[in-house]
Write a protein that binds this ligand. Structure first.
Ligand SMILES: *Cc1c(COP(=O)(O)O)cnc(C)c1O
Length: 374
């Protein structure tokens, strides 16, 4: 007898009764645009959770980054330092602001920006630095903040993958001058599509709010003194977000539980490099990534194919920004090499890590992986 087992997905959102109730309230009351009480509540509760005073909800993590960079007073040719190993949204936001992205490599173990490399990349045009908390592990922020302070650089965190993660007891997203979040369906807290910029500066928040909403005039609505965007989040989306935030502690606890189970079992496989958690960090393991060691005897894509054939979905790691054809064609990062980023981009993949993953499914993932590596 053959049993038809369901594929084990990399990630699936978990939507509860409270989300349904909140959305129905929007529909019943007609508050379906970006006007509505859920948007305010979502902004207030998320900012407070992260230790900032102001939240500005937007349509995605990418538009959060674009809006934050647009509000960072960058002149054409100004430089922003960021990791090569990240999602392209980060570079898009820098380019959109008319600035130049300047890269650093990642740490071989945390996969986050190597903070030691930042100092050597600071020049007369450097204005900002963008730490990205990769796959749930925080960047080593204190040395970065000290460096930024000394050189008067803005620090714009990308905390899209690290909802609830902590750095020396402080929440990420509350450590820089601005921070950006995504609430895309695969993020720890989701609104389907959505994002937010946090700051503790009321002046910056006012500019973010204006920029999110077409920079309408304050005296005469249709008289504009700045160019804005339509990056608004709907009340329907925020209604989901408000319900999701209420369960953030449980979400983070589950992510960490899934990671502990994987680490306990997979640590016996010498072919795999597993995620780390530095003593100063609370990793939320947004995705549980593994990197195949050079002597593993199998390439990443072959391993992914074997797992897929046996019903286990995985995703390859990011490809570094200096390896992107579209950016190279623009003349960016010519001849630059970031060996740690290149290594994990070609050897890393992440395993099913969704909040709905059952203990049984996780056992199947591990057994399949052990088998595929035998
Ligand atoms: C998901 C993600 C984004 C982009 O968010 P979207 O909501 O998909 O636009 C930005 N940065 C990082 C690090 C991400 O993981």
């Amino acid at each position: 007898m053959t049993t038809q087992r369901r594929r084990i997905p990399v990630n699936e959102p978990v939507i509860g009764e409270a989300e349904r109730r909140n959305v129905l309230r929007c529909l019943e009351q007609g508050w379906i645009s970006s006007e509505g009480a859920f948007v305010d509540e979502f902004e207030r509760t998320w900012a407070a959770y992260c230790g900032m005073t102001e939240g500005v909800a937007v349509s995605s993590g990418t538009t959060a980054l674009e809006l934050a960079l647009a509000t960072a007073d960058l002149e054409p040719g100004d430089e922003v330092i960021l990791p090569s190993f990240t999602i392209i949204s980060c570079v898009l936001a820098v380019l959109e602001a008319g600035a130049v992205p300047v890269l650093v490599d990642c740490d071989p173990d945390t996969w986050c920006m190597d903070v030691d490399q930042v100092a050597s990349r600071i020049g007369p045009r450097t204005r900002a630095v963008m730490p990205v908390h990769i796959y749930g592990h925080p960047v080593d922020m204190d040395p970065l903040l000290a460096l930024a302070d000394r050189h008067r650089l803005r620090v714009i965190e990308d905390a899209a993958e690290a909802h609830g993660a902590q750095y020396r007891g402080r929440r990420v997203g509350g450590l820089g001058s601005m921070s950006c979040f995504s609430f895309y369906a695969n993020k720890i807290v989701t609104t389907g599509e959505g994002g937010m910029v946090l700051t503790s500066s009321p002046e910056t928040a006012a500019r973010l709010r204006s920029g999110r909403n077409l920079a309408f005039g304050t005296e005469r609505r249709f008289l504009h003194t700045a160019l804005g965007h339509n990056y608004r989040l709907t009340n329907l989306q925020a209604a989901i977000g408000v319900a999701q935030i209420a369960s953030i502690d449980e979400r983070v606890r589950r992510k960490r539980e899934i990671a502990t189970r994987y680490t306990d079992r997979l640590t016996r496989l010498p072919q795999l490099q597993l995620p780390v958690e530095r003593p100063w960090a609370t990793n939320v393991y947004w995705m549980y990534g593994v990197v195949l060691r050079e002597d593993a005897g199998i390439e990443r894509d072959e391993l992914a194919a074997r797992l897929r054939d046996r019903g286990v979905d995985t995703r390859p790691f990011f490809v570094g920004m200096h390896e992107q054809p579209v950016l190279q064609r623009m003349g960016l990062f010519a001849g630059e090499r970031y060996p740690n980023s290149e290594r994990i981009a070609s050897r890393g993949l992440y395993l099913p890590s969704g909040l709905a993953l059952t203990r049984e499914q996780q056992h199947v993932v591990c057994a399949t992986l052990e088998d595929a590596l035998r």
